[in-house]
Design a binder for this molecule. Structure first.
Ligand SMILES: Cc1cc2nc3c(=O)[nH]c(=O)nc-3n(C[C@H](O)[C@H](O)[C@H](O)COP(=O)(O)OP(=O)(O)OC[C@H]3O[C@@H](n4cnc5c(N)ncnc54)[C@H](O)[C@@H]3O)c2cc1C
Length: 306
């Protein structure tokens, strides 16, 4: 019987693991990977206390921090959580490898990329259509590239691609960029190698063995246009990893876990959640880690006053 099971090994799960061990809660941390989504980032410049660090280095340092506390009090299991059920006042977690019982659960399962829904998008994935600029950008040297999306991630992708691309065309569904930082938007708009097409909806990805073009609809005029393009980078948002807790905790319309932001408690007694899988408005590494720390303070207090 564990005091706490943490699901996730991103900034939220890792911060929770360190705090749980320091509070001497008997904890099982279950994650199918450690480090979180920004592992693919070439450079992270806002992890507080570190001027710049690659996503991979940050992930490694999180793993080392968790491992430094791994002992009889904190166990790490590289497994995928499949189901959590309430049983006799406790919870039973089932993974692909076994089942574990716990008094409390912290869900820190984060989120994953929203996929492009257009004809040919699945067919050309990894054949010129990609979801990771820092992984695949260098493969597109000297090409005219497209970035799909209008948030910070899309704009940062466009900037990152400038290192390799001949030109970058941003396909933005809206009229402007309300979800992006003003400083990033300014950078984009002032760069002569970047052009923005607003009110654009990608309807088809074209190619033979590799992407060679795309079709988009101008949402204002209704007109459909085809353009030659050497590669497509998709950054159209994140979807929470909450499938395995459906029916156990309350989710909002976006399938994010609804929490009390003062304590990180869900509506289900004994279950807390933190980071990108929750309905907090902003999702960042520092926020995920901080939210998990808040959850741990509350979990500790709750378990010790039970
Ligand atoms: C490309 C990119 C660049 C970014 N750059 C920055 C940046 O520069 N600065 C910044 O502050 N933020 C950045 N972000 C956002 C930041 O990465 C997220 O806000 C942060 O990772 C959220 O942390 P998290 O712990 O909540 O979730 P995640 O990082 O998503 O971690 C979730 C964890 O849960 C695990 N998991 C999921 N489902 C299961 C399951 N069923 N069973 C077991 N384990 C599971 C995953 O393997 C992972 O370990 C970036 C995001 C992306 C995609």
């Amino acid at each position: 019987m564990y005091d706490l099971i943490i699901i996730g090994g991103g900034p939220a799960g890792s911060a929770a693991g360190v705090y749980a061990a320091r509070k001497r809660l008997k904890t099982l941390m279950v994650a199918d990977s450690v480090g979180g989504q920004s592992v693919v980032s070439a450079e992270i410049q806002n992890w507080i206390g570190t001027i710049k660090i690659s996503g991979e280095e940050l992930a490694n340092s999180m793993r080392k921090h968790v491992e430094a506390y791994a002992s009889d009090i904190l166990t790490f299991a590289e497994e995928r959580a499949e189901k959590i059920e309430a049983k006799d006042g406790n919870f039973v977690l089932t993974t692909e490898k076994g089942s574990y019982t716990t008094r409390a659960v912290l869900i820190a399962a984060g989120s994953h990329r929203r996929r492009l829904e257009a004809i040919g998008a699945d067919q050309f994935e990894h054949k010129g259509l990609t979801y990771c600029a820092s992984c695949d950008g260098p493969l597109f040297e000297g090409q005219d590239l497209a970035v799909v999306g209008g948030g910070n991630a899309a704009l940062e992708t466009a900037i990152e691609l400038l290192a390799y691309a001949k030109s970058v065309l941003i396909f933005n569904r809206g009229e402007d960029f309300p979800r992006a930082d003003a400083v990033t938007v300014e950078k984009i708009l002032s760069n002569p190698k970047i052009r923005v097409i607003n009110n654009a909806e990608i309807t088809e990805v074209k190619g033979d063995t590799f992407v060679n073009g795309l079709v988009y609809k101008d949402k204002k005029s209704g007109e459909t246009k085809e353009l030659p393009i050497g590669g497509i980078f998709v950054e159209i948002g994140q979807l929470p990893n909450t499938e395995f807790v459906k029916g156990l905790v309350d989710l909002n319309a976006q399938n994010q876990i609804i929490i009390d932001p003062r304590t990180q408690q869900t509506h289900t007694k004994g279950i807390w959640a933190a980071g990108d899988c929750t309905d907090v408005l902003y999702h960042q590494n520092n926020i995920a880690a901080g939210d998990a720390v808040r959850a741990l303070e509350d979990i500790y207090k709750t378990l010790h006053t039970k």
